[in-house]
Design a binder for this molecule. Structure first.
Ligand code: SF4
Length: 541
């Protein structure tokens, strides 16, 4: 009999619920389900909320597979206990960023954990055992790279990166998105590139390792950049993507377009073409068969990017204005006039996220960033001129940050304010497992630290001011749900991204795409508006 596997998306559920960005459906769990089916298993995707509401749905499964982040320990534990009560003898498989932390794995009850990408370890399990239950019974399953068990104390090597042809071989799950709350209004992530091209490294690591200055990771050949003589992990010091996912591998235009088409036909209204850097799309093909480990050269593969954007933005729901295509991050050093012009042609009016991280070149160099401050400013100007809405990320409290660096960031905020930037997201540095900075302490919140506090205040002021420019503007929104805190109000999300919008209206409008006028700024994240017209009813709620 075919093994039945319930894959539960617990990502960002922390203690059991999401506190922000409630409207995201990630790509990872959909990929896991798609690949399990490709291997011959019967797999279904569930959101954490769905399982909490319908726990008995788990009774028909042989395996519980959980995808979670390191902040989700409590929610994962809740699910593990539920499964052990319902199915005491059946195995639990863990995956997702959570498994990068051996200490969390030691604290959790599970049978098998996949550390890193799932494809190659699962393929080997399928070939060797034919069943995940069989694999869970064999202590030698740990000999598969990327697999660890409770007996091993959760310690294990990261899996090998799945080659492009393996990622290309299967279709991520589509129908499972219907088991997420207000799925029709969620941003559904479609992976277009796996891995990151930044194989620069920080100049230091948490355990005292120091860069020797050999410059291999910055100017060596693409192959040479894979290794550092002192084993500092590749990429920015706070990020594990290059180590865990390797250099970029792009999916084909056809497979991405087919996935986007299926999601839109289902009733999804917002699709995010997801990649650590959108501009790495197809750039790996320019250096193939070498690994793309240079974040700056060659320039973006405009032909591949344009073909992809042309095909996804001419799907009927997008051209009729009842669905939107969004992108996420770009590296400033890859933005030039031509790139900005092409992005503007297909994505006008949508945000583009730029990881600036600091206004100090000295700090950017120390932590392994490939772009410099003036490149960030230039990229922002070009993208804005092309009709996109640049959103900026900054981080405070990074290891080695000085008062000088914080002052430079403050100056940077003043400069981009003059450019009319709509939003800056200021993150607090968080040490993540398997990164160069994993052992550094988490700094206090920005408001509790001189220097960072001024930066926080400047960012908050900019974000508040920019919200005011929305007053009187028309936005096309999709209505997600009723608003539990205020009777008679609905929660809506702008199709092309923007603040959560409250609208007065009948619950019968849930699932509709509407035009609304913004009339009041409620807070940093919330605005209130009035429905002007109903464009289309999308979802059968
Ligand atoms: S981080 Fe490693 S590879 Fe890069 S320059 Fe320093 S020693 Fe060389």
């Amino acid at each position: 009999m075919t093994e039945r596997i319930a894959v539960i998306d617990v990502n960002a559920r922390r203690e059991g619920r999401r506190y922000s960005t409630l409207d995201v459906i990630g790509a990872g769990p959909r990929h896991v389900v798609g690949f399990l089916r490709h291997l011959g298993f019967e797999a279904q995707l569930y959101s954490f909320e769905y399982v909490v509401r319908h726990p008995r749905c788990l009774e028909e499964y042989d395996i519980l597979a959980i995808s979670a982040m390191i902040t989700d320990y409590v929610a994962v534990n809740t699910l593990v206990k539920l499964w052990r009560k319902l199915q005491p003898s059946k195995p639990i498989v863990l995956g997702g960023p959570l498994t990068l932390s051996p200490s969390l794995l030691q604290a959790l009850d599970f049978d098998i954990a996949i550390v890193g990408e799932c494809e190659l370890p699962l393929e080997e399990i399928a070939q060797r055992y034919g069943s995940l239950s069989e694999a869970a019974r064999d202590p030698n399953v740990c000999s598969i790279k990327g697999i660890t068990t409770k007996l091993r104390g959760g310690k294990g090597e990261i899996s090998r990166w799945a080659p492009r042809d393996v990622i290309e071989r299967y279709t991520p799950d589509i129908d499972g998105v219907k088991r997420y709350d207000f799925w029709w209004a969620c941003r559904v992530y479609v992976e277009i590139v796996r891995g990151c091209s930044n194989f620069y490294r920080p100049r230091f690591a948490h355990d005292g390792r120091r860069c020797l200055g050999c410059n291999l990771c910055r100017s060596g050949s693409l192959e040479q950049r894979m290794k550092c003589p002192v084993n500092i992990p590749p990429g920015c010091g706070y990020c594990s993507v290059p180590l865990v996912h390797g250099p970029p591998r792009s999916r084909s235009v056809d497979s991405v377009v087919n996935e986007v088409r299926s999601l839109l036909n289902l009733g999804v209204t917002r699709v995010v073409l997801s990649a650590p850097d959108f501009l790495d799309y197809g750039r790996d093909l320019l250096v193939h068969p070498q690994p793309l480990t240079d974040p700056r050269d060659p320039p973006p593969n405009i032909d591949a990017i344009e073909e992809l954007l042309r095909k996804v933005t001419t799907l009927p729901q997008v051209t009729e204005g009842t669905a939107a295509i969004l992108i996420e991050n770009v590296k400033p050093c890859l933005v030039n006039e031509y790139v900005a012009e092409v992005l503007g042609r297909y994505l006008r009016g949508t945000p583009v996220f730029i990881g600036v991280e600091s206004g100090s070149d000295a700090l950017l160099e120390r932590i392994g960033r490939p772009s410099r401050v003036e490149e960030c400013i230039k990229a922002i100007e070009l993208l804005k001129r092309a009709g996109l809405r640049p959103y900026i990320y900054l981080i405070h409290g990074l290891p080695s940050e000085t008062d000088y660096d914080l002052r430079r960031s403050l100056e940077f905020v003043a400069r981009v304010r003059k450019l009319g930037i709509e939003k800056i997201v200021l993150y607090r540095f968080t040490p993540l497992p398997r990164t160069a900075f994993e052992g550094f302490p988490r700094p206090p919140p920005a408001v509790a630290r001189s220097g960072a506090r001024e930066l926080y205040n400047a960012v908050t002021k900019l974000n508040r001011e920019s919200k005011r420019t929305l007053l009187g503007k028309r936005l096309r929104v999709v209505i997600a749900s009723t608003y539990p805190k205020k009777r008679g109000y609905l929660v809506a999300y702008p199709l092309r991204h923007g603040p959560t919008t409250l609208l007065r209206g009948s619950p019968r409008l849930i699932g509709a795409v509407c035009e609304a006028v913004i009339e009041r700024i409620v807070s940093d994240r919330l605005v209130e508006g009035r429905i002007v017209s109903v464009i289309k009813r999308i979802a059968r709620v």
